[in-house]
Design a protein around this ligand. Structure first.
Ligand code: GLA
Length: 396
């Protein structure tokens, strides 16, 4: 929806006038490369996209939070003093989880009426949840600061961390920091080369003139994705613990080089765990090489790294599945596509591809036909640009 429509709907749903209305937004992200490395202290290379979560809000006189969305009829009501009680909500737990974590950090929250408008496809691997969390964290922290008479710039890295914490504690997924960091810190036409151990980062211009980023949504209903995600995380921890018996200085898999892994991989007793670890360590190296390739504008090299990443996620990490494999493998057969891979956690969600601009239209048609024929339902393709991170939009 256009912003004006969201504001009109807000007034229709909650009453009142434009007075006091504020608008906050934060985007989804596409991870270009570096998958399942973040919670291993490795490197990632995501970028914010223009699909986003948008919040129109107005402060209330009491300590009630009311939440609603443009595509939902319901209004969820929560008491600021009972924020621990809403974990099992079907909708609204992402928002209230963030509010709860801010409160744990000492924020005196402001009661608000809030209307969400989300354009990131839900469960599509483009971080629809991080977009909601970071926008919410920015909104609540800004309003609480104003209530307390504190004037300061929002600390977006802190808000990314709070959002991640709420996903761990409130939602129950032990995600890394990548999604929330990208949503909070993204910048137009730049990708974020992030060291997830130190949170040092560099914004790298993505100048792929003549090419487009095409996102392809499997439209697969994800099931058990959260538990499989946590299971992969556990396997990495197991592999790390065994490697640490011979590499005591390694604090995370991100500290271990490919050479060290080759030398010591025998200490990992479970072959499945060994495969998982191999993926993480090699993927980390691919991120470094991808950043170099993009800086040199060597798109061919970048494309090859994307393909290698997908193959590793398919064969070693085993998080792809027939839908993502079909998209990534068929995409690179089509004229103009220089590389494709799954993006995000996997188990469904989206694949990302880099496609020559003049070939994009034919590419989308072809991939839709091939995928539909093989899988039985259609994918959705989006031509994506790289946008800005979380911010307040001053409208009034
Ligand atoms: C999800 C998580 C991220 C990251 C990716 C896989 O998007 O939220 O932290 O682990 O999966 O790279």
């Amino acid at each position: 929806m256009e912003l004006r429509q969201v504001i009109d709907l807000f007034i229709k749903r909650y009453g009142g006038t434009e007075e006091g209305i504020r608008v906050f937004t934060s985007p989804g992200r596409v991870n270009l490369i570096g998958e399942h490395t973040d919670y291993n202290g490795g490197f990632v290379f995501p970028a914010a996209i223009s699909m986003r979560s948008l919040i129109v809000l107005r402060p209330r006189e009491d300590d009630i939070i009311r939440l609603s969305a443009t595509d939902l009829e319901v209004v969820v009501e929560a008491d600021i003093h009972k924020l621990n009680d809403y974990r099992d909500l079907k909708w609204g737990n992402y928002q209230l989880g963030v509010a709860y974590e801010l409160q744990q950090d000492g924020y005196d929250l402001q009661g608000c009426d809030m209307l969400y408008d989300d354009t990131v496809p839900l469960g599509g691997g483009l971080s629809s949840s991080a977009a909601i969390q970071v926008a919410t964290a920015l909104a609540f922290s800004t309003m609480a600061d104003e209530k307390a008479g504190v004037s300061r710039e929002a600390d977006m890295v802190y808000l990314a961390k709070v959002s991640q914490r709420s996903e761990h504690n409130y939602v129950g997924v032990k995600c890394g920091i990548m999604d929330q960091f990208a949503s909070a810190m993204g910048q137009k036409n730049k990708a974020i080369f992030l060291n997830c151990k130190t949170l040092d980062y560099e914004l790298v211009p993505v100048e792929i003139d003549g090419y487009k980023i095409v996102l392809m949504n499997t439209n697969k209903k994800r099931s058990l994705a959260d538990s499989k995600y946590n299971e992969r995380r556990g396997e990495c921890e197991e592999g790390l613990a065994q490697l640490q018996t011979v590499l005591p200085d390694a604090e995370c898999l991100g500290d271990i080089s490919m050479k060290e892994f080759e030398e010591h991989k025998g200490v990992i007793t479970n072959p499945v765990v060994r495969k998982r670890v191999e993926h993480v360590i090699a993927e980390d190296d691919r991120v470094l090489r991808s950043v170099e390739a993009l800086k040199k504008n060597d798109l061919d090299a970048f494309g090859k790294l994307l393909i290698a990443s997908h193959n590793s996620l398919r064969d070693l990490y085993e998080v792809t599945g027939i839908e993502l494999d079909t998209l990534a493998e068929e995409a690179i057969q089509i004229d103009g596509c220089i590389g494709a891979r799954m993006t995000g956690a996997g188990f469904g969600g989206c694949a990302v591809s880099i496609v020559r601009e003049d070939a994009v239209e034919a590419f989308i048609q072809k991939i839709e036909t091939v995928y539909t024929k093989k899988i039985g339902y259609a994918p959705t393709c989006y031509i994506s640009d790289i946008g800005n991170g979380g911010r307040e939009i001053k409208v009034f």
